[in-house]
Every structure is written in structure tokens, then in C-alpha cells.
Design a protein around this ligand. Structure first.
Ligand code: SF4
Length: 261
């Protein structure tokens, strides 16, 4: 399998979109709906290829990767067999039932937009109960000594509560939770959520975003805290998906750089 373009040496992480489908609707979702549900063999061949590159870590995402029907557990095992660090970027629904089978996943990335349930849930088009489920899932993951990463999309609805999230995270660390990192993403007016009519309302000013990130970075957490100005552009992360059977990669506006075959 050929890459669409040569991979720059500084790319260390591959974010791999297994499918576009998701069963919730986040107002800030940057995911698009027009790419393939990849089959297992192509996904495994992709991993074989990235394992030979500068990429060290693979983020399995979507859409919601737990909805991928083609063998997530086996794919995570395949990534481990190729020596890659594997991460699962999930909304958390249904994760606990599959946790044993996902033992090969090194880090689980979960969303936390607020410690206030209503603020967190309202960013999911009023989906009541997501916050509660995420909190229960985190407790179980800590009990099972799994490594966590947290992701927060900073919007007008939650930027004032970033300090509260930091305090909650510090308390988890104080209890021995293994938290690898916390990523704070600037809201982008992109994709099936962010590009919709709430975009103007959800946007934060540059000053508000920087202030929220500064609060997080100065909270004295043991984990790494990353400010992500543009979640589609990163010096170390490259994005991959399949479209009409062809491997595509890129960030920015998901520029369609197609492979020759
Ligand atoms: S951001 Fe929300 S809606 Fe979009 S794929 Fe993730 S969980 Fe689903």
C-alpha cells in the first residue's frame, strides 16, 4: 500500500478514521460523513505500512470506533504486534463491556467538556446522561489501571469551566490515576457539527482560548497539557482515512490528497 504523499519524518502519530458513523451528535464535531467504512484487511495493511515509517503511535478513531463492525479488538492487537502504541479515541459508550477484549489498547482517549453534567451534555445536542456515563467509565478504567488521555473542545459554553476540569483531573491524579495527557482543542467551524448553525455561538475568541489553556497549563498537573489551536493541523499528527477505496491523508480542510491506487 502506497502513501498518498511521502510522510515527513516529524510525523509521529497516525490518526486513523475507521468509519464516519457515530451514534451521538456533538455540536463541535469536525468529522465528515463521506468517507469509507474500512474493511479489516485494508486497515491491517495500513498499519503494516505506517509501522515501517516514522509513525510510532496509532489513534483509532472515526466517527465512533466502537461502532466499527470489522474487528476493533483484532485491529488493536495487530497494531501491538507491529510494535505500535495504540490509542482509542472514543465517546465511551459501550466501552466497558468490551474492555477486556481491548487489552491491546495502550491509551483510551475520552472527552470531558465540563465537570458540570448539563454543560457537557448540552454540547451533545442535549444528550442527557453522557457525562454520567463518561464519569462511571473513567472510574472503572482507573480501577483497572488503564492509561487515560482527556480531550476537551473549548467553546463559548465551557471555556470558563476549564479550571474546574483541571481541579477534577488533579484529584484523579492524587488518587493514582494514570493520565497521559490532556488536549485542549480550539473549537473549529468544520465538519458535520462545527459547520452548522451553532458555529458562531460556540466560537471563542483567541484571548478566551489562550486564557483557558493557560489555566490548564498552570494547574500543576502531572500529565502533559497540550494547547491545540487547530485540531486538524499538527506538527506531529497525520490524519488518514479511506475514500472510495483509496487511502487519503491530510489535515487542514481535509484536503483530498488521493493515492494512486
Ligand atoms: S465528536 Fe462527537 S459526534 Fe463527532 S464522532 Fe466524536 S463522539 Fe461522534
Amino acid at each position: 500500500m502506497d502513501f498518498p504523499l511521502p510522510l515527513p519524518e516529524h510525523k509521529k502519530v497516525a490518526a486513523f478514521f475507521l468509519l464516519p458513523d457515530c451514534d451521538i451528535r456533538c455540536t463541535f464535531c469536525i468529522s465528515h460523513s463521506d468517507f469509507d467504512v474500512i474493511d479489516f484487511d485494508r486497515a491491517a495493511a495500513f498499519i503494516d505500512r505506517v509501522a515501517e515509517s516514522s509513525i510510532e503511535s496509532l489513534v483509532l478513531g472515526g466517527g465512533e470506533p466502537l461502532l466499527w463492525p470489522n474487528g476493533l479488538e483484532a485491529l488493536a492487537e495487530h497494531a501491538r504486534s507491529r510494535g505500535m502504541i495504540s490509542q482509542l479515541n472514543t465517546h465511551g459508550g459501550g466501552l466497558l463491556k468490551r474492555l477486556d477484549g481491548l487489552a491491546s489498547v495502550d491509551r483510551i482517549i475520552l472527552p470531558i467538556e465540563s465537570v458540570q453534567p448539563d454543560v457537557h451534555d448540552n454540547l451533545r445536542r442535549g444528550l442527557v446522561g453522557h457525562h454520567k456515563m463518561v464519569m462511571e467509565t473513567i472510574e472503572e478504567l482507573i480501577a483497572r489501571d488503564r492509561v487515560l488521555t482527556f480531550a476537551t473542545v473549548v467553546t463559548s459554553e465551557n471555556y470558563k469551566g476549564v479550571g474546574e476540569i483541571a481541579g477534577w483531573m488533579a484529584a484523579l491524579e492524587g488518587r493514582g490515576a494514570r493520565i497521559h495527557a490532556w488536549h485542549l482543542y480550539n473549537f473549529l467551524p468544520e465538519g458535520r457539527g462545527g459547520a452548522r448553525k451553532l458555529a458562531e455561538h460556540l466560537a471563542v475568541s483567541r484571548e478566551e482560548f489562550l486564557s483557558a489553556c493557560s489555566t490548564a497549563k498552570n494547574a500543576g498537573l502531572d500529565c502533559a497539557v497540550y494547547r491545540r489551536d487547530n485540531m486538524l493541523r499538527s506538527s506531529t499528527v497525520e490524519f488518514f482515512w479511506f475514500e472510495q477505496g483509496r487511502l487519503c491523508m491530510g489535515g487542514g480542510e481535509l484536503a483530498r490528497s488521493k493515492s494512486p491506487g
